[in-house]
Ligand binder design. Structure first.
Ligand code: DAH
Length: 444
């Protein structure tokens, strides 16, 4: 599963909390076990607190603003496609669950809310899981065309394309929902269509307005149609700017982009954009016509518009040929010194160090099988970026006792150096003792 696949959570379970997470937190707080210090401010913890020191250490890094970092260059490139939009990039990652979910019409039982999927400081505060969390606030400020870049946080499995912190860019444009707004929209559509007509791009886009992806009842269908067309034209030209070079735009090989029907709680109709690259269709972003409830909450009910959200790592991995998502966090000069701000260049791998696999098998606590994301967070917290990959290789329920047994295989590999056996054994034994002490498992 690649980065943007995470914008469509499919897991449908909800668990209550990670055993022992409060004790874990007290290690990084100011010594008060029921408080947590983040960027100089103290917050109370509670039964659902599940942020770890490894995650909190990322909050101040803001890779999308680091000089010459590929994520920063990609951000600038996208911003240059929208020169007359407001460009925002310094909003705090701490948001209320209300802002992250409710304000955007997420149902109460949406899986993204679960503590297994998202990071909570306490029941009232979390790390944003997507840049859409800021839509209402930015619209409320009166911005009508804007881009917002930010670090976002999700609990997930560990592999070469998943990291619990990644970067997204949100874009939006709203028009007056009247004849003058639609005139502005139509003029912009004509101009964008002209740009595309001169380019080497093939767009697959069938009419998508199905009963499950409808025009909103409060919208004039002609207005919704014009806005959706503006969204599509604007993103098709962006895809051309980003991928026109790499995807081999020549007369035999035009850039291929396709539009697929999608569902998001805060847009209707909603779409996904895919780009054909090296023999595969890759999901690049999600988007749609903004739900009127969002604009009403923001106090701009007289507007109609679109929004999109994309994952920067996913696109940067393609454009720079970066093979492992951990590299974005590398402080090794062999990584960073390769890049120049504003230029996309092919990453030159400096070496591949050997892997070291370690397995751990255990019985989960009786009525609470350990969640894979809890396991991954624990490993990430102990091993940091020395863990490349975690796979669950066995899972069974004992027919008599009803207990669940699991076996995970951890692949340790540094991106910068060879790891010694002793070092890996030391890390693995810390993983094992934390599993016993904090998760209450019985090692087999
Ligand atoms: N926020 C979504 C996600 O991360 C992506 C997205 C979809 C953003 C549709 C949008 C949108 O603005 O209209 O899963």
């Amino acid at each position: 599963m690649l980065q943007t696949a995470r914008i469509f959570p499919s897991r449908l379970f909800v668990r209550s909390c990670i055993p022992g997470s409060r004790r874990l937190i007290s290690g990084v707080s100011s010594g008060l076990s029921d408080q947590l210090e983040i960027l100089g401010v103290r917050y109370p913890t509670d039964a659902i607190t599940n942020v770890t020191p490894a995650i909190l250490s990322k909050l101040s890094l803001r890779l999308h603003t680091q000089h010459a970092h590929p994520l920063n260059t990609l951000r600038s490139l996208i911003e240059s496609h929208y020169p007359d939009f407001a460009h925002l990039s310094s909003l705090s990652p701490l948001v209320t669950p209300y802002k992250n979910f409710d304000e955007l019409s997420f149902p109460k039982d949406h899986p993204g809310r679960a503590v297994t999927d998202s990071y909570y400081l306490n029941k009232d505060l979390m790390l944003r899981t997507h840049t859409s969390a800021h839509e209402v606030e930015v619209f409320r400020r009166g911005e009508t065309k804007w881009l917002l870049t930010a670090d976002v946080y999700r609990r997930d499995e560990i592999d070469g394309s998943h990291y619990p912190v990644f970067h997204q860019m949100e874009g939006a444009r709203i028009f007056s929902a009247d004849a003058s707004g639609m005139k502005e929209c139509e003029e912009n559509n004509a101009w964008l269509a002209q740009q595309l007509a001169m380019s080497n791009i093939v767009i697959e886009d069938v009419p998508h307005i199905s009963p499950t992806n409808p025009v909103q009842p409060t919208h004039d269908p002609r207005y919704s149609e014009l806005v959706a067309r503006n969204l599509k034209l604007s993103l098709n030209t962006l895809m051309l700017k980003l991928f026109g070079g790499v995807a081999g735009s020549n007369s035999q090989n035009p850039l291929r982009v396709r539009w697929i029907e999608a569902y998001f709680p805060f847009t209707s109709p909603s779409f996904e954009v895919e780009v054909y690259f090296q023999g595969e269709w890759l999901e690049i972003l999600g988007c749609g016509v903004v739900r009127q409830a969002t604009l009403d909450t923001a106090g701009v009910s007289n507007k109609i518009g679109w929004a999109f959200g994309l994952g920067l790592e996913r696109i940067a991995m393609i454009l720079y040929s970066i093979p492992d998502i951990r590299l974005f966090w590398s402080t090794d000069p062999r990584f960073l010194s390769q890049f120049e701000h504003g230029k996309i260049t092919t990453f030159r791998p400096y070496s591949k160090y050997p892997s070291c696999f370690k397995d751990v098998s255990f019985w989960s606590p009786k009525d609470k099988p350990l969640h894979e994301n809890d396991f991954c967070d624990l490993v990430r917290d102990v091993a940091g970026d020395l863990v490349e990959d975690v796979q669950k290789i066995d899972n069974f329920v004992h027919p008599k006792t009803g207990r669940t047994s699991m076996c995970f295989r951890i692949n340790y590999r540094s991106m910068d150096r060879s790891l010694s056996n002793d070092e890996v054994n030391g890390i693995q034994s810390q993983v094992v003792s934390r599993l016993k002490d904090k998760m209450g498992v019985e090692i087999r």
